[in-house]
Design a binder for this molecule. Structure first.
Ligand code: FE2
Ligand code: FE2
Length: 280
């Protein structure tokens, strides 16, 4: 695991950066997630780190530090991506972002550390099990996207999600791993809570983004657009769920999630942040 600090220039990227508009807006709406969940992840991990033993948990604490620094890079660049979408004709996106950001403030104020970690582990599970969809090219094919900084951003991000897939899981089990049956059920509930919450918030943003574009469509074009949206959402939803299913096993260990074929290629060539210790 290492911290990379790429730069992606979205100046010449359109919010409609692929030929499948409905898939593009599905991804544009999902782009809201890292911008707000990842600062939240960092806060939760800092809270968890306070519960760990500086000596006995030294390795886990080092991994938390690398994890937090990777997530810090992710949300910084996704905010630039989101600004490209918002400024490209979707100004009301900010309203959806505000609601989403407030959810995390609310969670931090009202939920237990165990709940927060289970939710975060749910999100990390969704990202790492679905990483191959981006890293191995299925997403860009579905999007009809030519090579662009937008594609590169998502590939790099999901490759790193795969790379740091064990960290939250290890922290969760270190603090709340017993009794094992309860730990399993609670972790599984975290996957469901995160999935539901993220789907709810991103589907309303997706509806807004598509609505803006559909205003300029004829009735027939709009009908076809709705059909494509349903087909794309179902197809990608199923692809994600198939990969996510294994995480509901009581024996799930993210360390054993198969790597995307193109993992090394997706991570190669990005500058490594200065001053870090290089791990695995
Ligand atoms: Fe991330
Ligand atoms: Fe992550």
């Amino acid at each position: 695991m290492r911290v990379r600090s790429p730069e992606f220039d979205f100046t010449d990227v359109s919010p409609r950066w692929g030929s499948n508009l409905e898939a593009v807006h599905l991804v544009n709406s999902q782009g809201m997630i890292p911008a707000y969940i990842e600062p939240f992840l960092i806060k939760v991990m800092r809270r968890a780190a306070e519960e760990l033993d500086p000596l006995a948990d030294a390795e886990l604490l080092r991994d938390i530090d690398l994890f937090n620094r990777q997530e810090g890079q992710h949300y910084r660049l996704h905010r630039a991506f989101n600004a490209m979408v918002r400024d490209g004709g979707y100004p009301d996106m900010v309203d959806y972002e505000t609601v989403f950001e407030r959810d995390y403030e609310h969670f931090l104020r009202t939920r237990s550390l165990r709940w927060l970690l289970a939710y975060c582990e749910g999100f990390e599970t969704i990202g790492s099990t679905g990483a191959e969809l981006w890293v191995d090219g299925l997403m860009e094919t579905e999007l009809g996207a030519a090579p662009s900084p937008a594609v590169e951003l998502w590939k790099w991000h999901l490759a790193e999600e795969y790379e740091h897939r064990t960290v939250v899981n290890r922290v969760y089990h270190r603090l709340y791993g017993r009794p094992r049956l309860i730990a399993w059920l609670y972790r599984a509930k975290g996957i469901v809570s995160a999935t539901r919450h993220l789907n709810r918030r991103t589907s309303s943003l997706r509806a807004y983004l598509l609505d803006v574009d559909r205003r300029g469509m004829t009735d027939e074009e709009r009908r076809r657009s709705v059909e494509r949206e349903t087909a794309t959402t179902r197809k990608l939803g199923r692809a994600n769920l198939r990969r996510l299913a294994r995480a509901f096993s009581p024996f799930y260990d993210p360390a054993t999630t198969p790597p995307p074929v193109g993992l090394q290629a997706a991570l190669a060539g990005y500058p490594t942040a200065a001053g870090q210790s290089k791990g695995t």
